[in-house]
Design a protein around this ligand. Structure first.
Ligand code: NAD
Length: 363
């Protein structure tokens, strides 16, 4: 069994596995073939992969000689002839890239997308959505602190007092909870809103205030994900959010609905009420954004408010992002490769079935 590792297209800086993961494959009798410079942007040069027992080769050789090919992003259609009858495994977000996925499926390529893993306890060690969202939450606050023209913590100095920054976080999933913890560590006062009342306790235990809006739709049967809300709820939510946005210095938005466009929670009018120098970091930018003015992968300045739509915050921390993602990938591969290095696809396993894109009903 040969596992191939592709170099990602720019501006991606992460890589599917680091040299430290190669030893895990050796244990299951799988060899690793890495494309030249694949880990360079994550500070993992070719010689480190070779020292750990991997081989380094050209992209064509990796595509031709590997049985399973790892890439965070989908390989291009022009390369698909080299992938026929092979397996590719990555973070492909198939529900948002349906056309590209369909074209690859037509070429008889078996696609596993790790972000489609069911969010169960057994899946936690492979949950790349969580490992990467955690980084996005952390980086979002650091980025906001860098742009914000004032302090985060409170200070009493001889030259005067500084009031702590007010941070509003919309969506308390994995990214939101990490954003709360990071903003609190920096000394900000944090308020949080989520449609899932179940997160209230967690939010409060991190030292933030939970904003309540009664009557959210029941999401208990949605596998932990949020569901779409009624018009009446949306209106009441909008009023509460508007009042809080106007008082906030920093807004971090993370609200997503699995497989759908992100809800617009912050309107242009709300942004107009924000103070000069305020910052919004929209982590949901890639799926449409939570503000009316978000532009994916762009920073917009509107009436002295900066709105950052960087949708790949984990790429700002490529070493740890690749370290955690790589471990998620290794754990998943150990499910589908046996100890002799042979492919063992157990389609009765909900984790294997969940990540397999072929025949996925939602596509
Ligand atoms: P996500 O990225 O899908 O969404 C982020 C947050 O936005 C969620 O908390 C969601 O409730 C919230 N949201 C959606 N619409 C909103 C709206 N209109 N207003 C305000 N907030 C809104 O979330 P995620 O981090 O991927 O987590 C999804 C679920 O999976 C959570 O329930 C989480 O606890 C669960 N989870 C389970 C595991 C596991 O057991 N393996 C691991 C990680 C996450």
């Amino acid at each position: 069994m040969i596992i191939g590792v592709l170099k990602e297209p720019l501006p991606e800086t992460r890589v599917s596995i680091l040299p430290e993961h190669v030893a895990i494959f050796k244990k299951i009798n799988a060899d690793v073939l890495v494309e030249n410079d694949a880990g360079e942007k994550a500070y993992a040069p070719d010689d480190k992969y070779m020292e750990s027992g991997a081989q380094v080769a050209s992209r064509d050789e990796v595509l031709k000689n590997s049985d399973i090919i790892l890439s965070l992003h989908l390989p291009s259609e022009t390369e698909s002839y080299l992938l026929q009858s092979k397996i590719i495994l990555g973070y492909y977000q198939p529900l948002y890239h349906k056309d590209a996925i369909k074209k690859l499926l037509e070429k008889n390529i078996t696609i596993f997308s790790i972000d489609m893993l069911p969010r169960t306890t057994r899946a936690q060690s492979m949950d790349a959505l969580s490992s990467q969202a955690n980084i996005a939450g952390y980086k979002s606050v650091l980025l906001a602190a860098n742009i914000f023209p004032r302090y985060f913590p409170m200070f009493m100095t001889a030259a005067g007092s500084i009031r702590p920054a007010k941070v509003l976080i919309l969506g308390a999933g994995v990214a939101g909870l990490q954003a709360i913890a990071t903003a609190r560590r920096l000394g900000a006062v944090v308020e949080v809103f989520d449609t899932r009342p179940a997160v209230k306790e967690e939010v409060m235990s991190l030292g933030a205030k939970f904003i309540e809006v009664e009557g959210a739709a029941d999401a208990s049967k949605a596998g932990g994900y949020a569901v779409e809300q009624s018009e009446d709820f949306k209106q009441r939510q909008k009023e509460k959010i508007a009042a809080t946005v106007a008082k906030s210095d920093i807004v971090i938005t993370t609200a997503q609905i699995f497989g759908k466009k992100a809800p617009v929670l912050i309107t242009k009018e709300m942004i107009e009420t924000m103070k000069n120098g305020s910052v919004i970091i929209d982590i949901a930018a890639a799926t449409g954004g939570n503000t009316e003015l978000t532009k994916n992968d762009e920073t917009v300045i509107f009436k002295r408010v900066t709105i950052v739509g960087n949708s790949n915050l984990p790429a700002m921390m490529p070493s740890d992002a690749s370290k955690l993602y790589g471990k998620n990938i290794c754990n998943f591969l150990e499910l589908i490769i046996d100890k002799e290095g042979k492919l063992n696809l157990n389609m009765d396993d909900e984790l294997v079935k969940g990540c397999l894109i072929k025949g996925n009903a939602e596509l």
